[in-house]
Structures are given as structure tokens and as C-alpha cells.
Design a protein around this ligand. Structure first.
Ligand SMILES: Cc1ncc(COP(=O)(O)O)c(C=O)c1O
Length: 404
């Protein structure tokens, strides 16, 4: 198969010890494996000695440095500013925190726009805080035949009372990449904020949150080779205007005032290592940001090239139903197999050493709209930068054998 030779998948794979177990890890959309450099960074942080931040001694200074390095790394990854990087346990927790803080200024008559495409973490928090504030929730619908989120509907959905538009940079099941920049332009015309869920998207290509028009860009390091840490990135000037609930004794500076309790310092060292890993998957020059763009662009081309084989293979099987056919997408497939529940398919594939997910994967509204949520939803098989042609072959062979 004539794969993009610019992407050195075998040397990338060699950096991931977990891949040595011989499984085809097609479950990256639920969380990737971690390269040795990330594991080393976490171990080193603990071994060297870390303290809480802000102390007078060396171990505390090391934690200060770990936090600062992590903010700089995440900012480079998404095209934001280090002092606008809020760190926390995961995207869901941070989104609840931001939603609670933002909705303090909402009231009856205000509106928030959510989408039927999104992971529930970028839907439910907004509905819950809007409902408490007496604000109205408006829904962007998915074209169920294609899996697209038509941008035209936003002209009607967004108005002068819109306070916030929550939208995904990529669907975690269909892979759809909506035209976030166009949606954001409409939101900004109405002086509304945009909250962009980049948890799925970040792993699959270069990100420029300014180009996307994201006032808030949410991401989770465990989807892109890092540990279980989430981040929300925003312009620090915007964060200065927002007042989350906080302890009297905790820092009131930005971004610290958005972070509750003591951070997972060693894991934050792992996040920086993960960003450095992504930046050097292919040789490049320039700043880390420039190398990230080069490396993630190469990874995206490679993933999509390999995905074309996966998709063609599944499409050719009469017993497979694929959901969504979006024009711009990540390398993520969502499908059912005739005569088998999604769980049975995942179990049959697991028996052959192929890891895939079954279920709604928290795409709660979408699977409901597709009418598949109550029957176990579907199977998700996705590619990330460490998957190779043999992973795809094994998936296709496994699914082919499930024909009745
Ligand atoms: C698109 C998307 N958004 C949000 C989330 C939630 O992220 P977290 O687990 O960091 O809360 C996920 C997790 O699967 C996701 O795929």
C-alpha cells in the first residue's frame, strides 16, 4: 500500500511500550497509549521530588516550573497563550466549572446554542446552567444522512440574546469536523462567546484556536499521548472578566483562579512530554509550535490515507452499516454489523486482539437522533498516529468474519 512515506509510523510506534502487547489499538478516540518519554517524565517528577507550588524550597520550585512548562506546551499545541491555559483533571470537570462561572451572568431571555453532534460534556453542562439561569437552549441539528452539522442553521439559531455557542471541533464518533470558524464568525457578530470542544480533534491534526474563532478551546491530554489531564484555553483578558466560585484562600490570578485544589504535578510533566512527543514525530525545524504544525499535519495526512483503506473495506461489506459520511473528518468510523450487537462485535474483535469501542461513547444526543442508542449504539474504530496498515487489516479481517 503506497502510504505517506513522510510519516515514520514504525519509529513512532517504537516509542510506545504498550503497543508491544501485539493488540491493534483502534480505541484511541477513548484514550491513546503513552510513549516512553511521557512515562519517564512522570516517573522523573516523582523521583526527583515534588512539592506543592509556591513554597520556599527546591522541590516546590520544581512544581512551579512543571506547571509553567505545561501551560506553555498546551498553548503551543493549540495556538493559545500560556497564561490562558487552565489545567484540571479532565475536560468535563473544567467545562462544568466554566459553565457555572459564565452562567452567573445569564438570565431569562438569554440564549445558549448547543449541538446534537457534540459529546455530552459540551452539551449537558450548558443545558443545566442555562436552565438554572432561566435562559433558553437552542439546538443545532445534524444531517443524519451525512453526519454533517450544517453551518447555515446557525444564522437562525444565533441572535442578539445568544450568550454562548458550544460546538465540537470534531465528533468523537462520526469524526465530523464542522466549520467551526464560520459558526464562530456568526457567534462573534452577535457578540456571543464560543466554547469549542477540541477533545477529539486535537489528536488528529494541527490546531489553531484563533483561526477556529474559539474563545474557549477544551482538550484532554489522554487523547493525544498524555496522561489523564484536561485543559481549557482562552484569552487571559477574557478570563479576567470571569469569576468562578473559589476558596477565599486560593489564588485569584488568571488562570489559577479557575483551578481547584492541588494539581497532579507529575502528570502535568507528562503533558509537556506528550506535546514534545507530538512535535517530534517527524523531523522539523523552528519553534515548538512550528514543529507541532509540521508534525501534526503529517500525522493527519497519514491517518486519513490509512483511514481511506479502512473505510473502503468496511463499505464493501454488505453486513456493515456505516454512520456518517462527512466531507471533513477525522479517521474515526462508527458502524454496526448485521445480526450482532455492537458489544458482540467488540468482543469478537477483542478475541482477535483488536481493540474497538462499543456504545454511545457519550454522543448521547446524536445516538438518540440516529435511533441506535437503545440498541447498544454502534462500534467505533479510530486511527491515531501510531496505527499502521496491519491494524487496519486485522480490523477488516475480523469484521469480514462476522458475516452471517
Ligand atoms: C469529543 C469529546 N469531548 C469531551 C470528552 C470528555 O473528555 P474528558 O474525559 O476529558 O472529560 C470526550 C471524551 O471522550 C470526547 O471524546
Amino acid at each position: 500500500m503506497p502510504f505517506d512515506t513522510k510519516f515514520p509510523v514504525q519509529s513512532v510506534r517504537a516509542t510506545y511500550p504498550a503497543l508491544d502487547d501485539g493488540h491493534a489499538y483502534l480505541d484511541g478516540a477513548a484514550g491513546t497509549q503513552t510513549p516512553q518519554s511521557v512515562i519517564d517524565a512522570i516517573v522523573t517528577a516523582y523521583r526527583t521530588g515534588i512539592g506543592n507550588v509556591g513554597g520556599a524550597f527546591a522541590a516546590s520550585h520544581r512544581s512551579d516550573e512543571i506547571v509553567a512548562a505545561c501551560r506553555a506546551a498546551v498553548a503551543d499545541l493549540v495556538g493559545g497563550r500560556p497564561d490562558g491555559v487552565i489545567l484540571g483533571p479532565n475536560m468535563t470537570t473544567l467545562t462544568y466549572r466554566l459553565a457555572g462561572a459564565l452562567a452567573k451572568g445569564w438570565g431569562p431571555g438569554d440564549e445558549v446554542v448547543v449541538s446534537r453532534l457534540d459529546h455530552d460534556a459540551n452539551v449537558r453542562p450548558w443545558i443545566q446552567v442555562a436552565t438554572r439561569a432561566g435562559a433558553t437552549v437552542r439546538w443545532a441539528e445534524v444531517d443524519l444522512a451525512t453526519g454533517e452539522l450544517p453551518v447555515e442553521q446557525y444564522a437562525d439559531l444565533i441572535g442578539e440574546r445568544t450568550r454562548l455557542v458550544a460546538v465540537s471541533a470534531a465528533s468523537n464518533v462520526l469524526g465530523t469536523r464542522p466549520d467551526v470558524a464560520a459558526i464562530a464568525a456568526l457567534a462573534h457578530e452577535a457578540e456571543a462567546l464560543t466554547y469549542v470542544d477540541g477533545v477529539h480533534a486535537t489528536a488528529h491534526g494541527p490546531v489553531d484556536m484563533v483561526e477556529l474563532g474559539a474563545d474557549f478551546y477544551a482538550t484532554s491530554a489522554y487523547k493525544w499521548a498524555g496522561p489523564h489531564i484536561g485543559a481549557v484555553v482562552a484569552d487571559p483578558a477574557l478570563l479576567e472578566t470571569i469569576r468562578p466560585d473559589k476558596l477565599a484562600s486560593s489564588l485569584d490570578t488568571v488562570p489559577e483562579r479557575f483551578e481547584t485544589g492541588t494539581s497532579a504535578f507529575a502528570d502535568l510533566a507528562g503533558v509537556t512530554a506528550a506535546v514534545n512527543h507530538l512535535a517530534k514525530m517527524v523531523p522539523g525545524t523552528g519553534t515548538r509550535r512550528e514543529r507541532l504544525v509540521t508534525s501534526m499535519s503529517a500525522a493527519e495526512s497519514y491517518e486519513l490515507e490509512l483511514f481511506a483503506v479502512l473505510l473502503e473495506g468496511l463499505e464493501s461489506m454488505p453486513h456493515v452499516t456505516l454512520y456518517g459520511k462527512p466531507a471533513r473528518r477525522t479517521a474515526t468510523a462508527y458502524f454496526t454489523v448485521a445480526g450482532r450487537t455492537p458489544r458482540q462485535v467488540a468482543e469478537a474483535l477483542a478475541a482477535r486482539g483488536v481493540n474497538v469501542w462499543n456504545g454511545h461513547n457519550y454522543a448521547w444526543e446524536l445516538t438518540g437522533a440516529l435511533g441506535i442508542r437503545d440498541s447498544g449504539s454502534a462500534v467505533r474504530a479510530g486511527l491515531v498516529h501510531y496505527n499502521d496498515p496491519s491494524d487496519v487489516d486485522r480490523l477488516l479481517q475480523g469484521v469480514a468474519r462476522l458475516q452471517e
